[in-house]
Design a protein around this ligand. Sequence first.
Ligand SMILES: [Zn+2]
Length: 146
Amino acid sequence: MGAITDQELLARLPDTLIDHDNKEFYRGWLERRLVLNRCADCGFWHHAPRAWCPQCWSHNVVPTEVSGRGTVHLLIFLHQGPPAPGVDYSTPHPVATIELAEQEGLRIQSTIVNCARDDMRIGMPVKLTWVERYGAPYPVFEPAEA
Ligand SMILES: [Zn+2]
């Protein structure tokens, strides 16, 4: 499989606002890789993607794959919202902020799958997995062993 072109990226995620700063993040989705920006000068990770490191102001930021390990930092349950594939507000739908293992404070918003609602907890260890949304992979998290 060859590299995914910018043109293919835009075609596969037509409802996503893709720009120069975040295109490697979304290109990673299509390859089922969670890719966040890491500073090549000081090693600091950040998300959402920016053209410069918020720690040292270097522009030497490199899209780098994360392990996908993390813990639930914040958890809310939505009882209503805009329709989206795979989202069931009757259960209700969990929205989780995941703090990734790579760095304290490095967080991404997603949802939790393969877990009963009553078992979902803040501080719960999770790992990355993928579901299909709008015909493209979408990063979600499931329970992991501590
Ligand atoms: Zn830096």
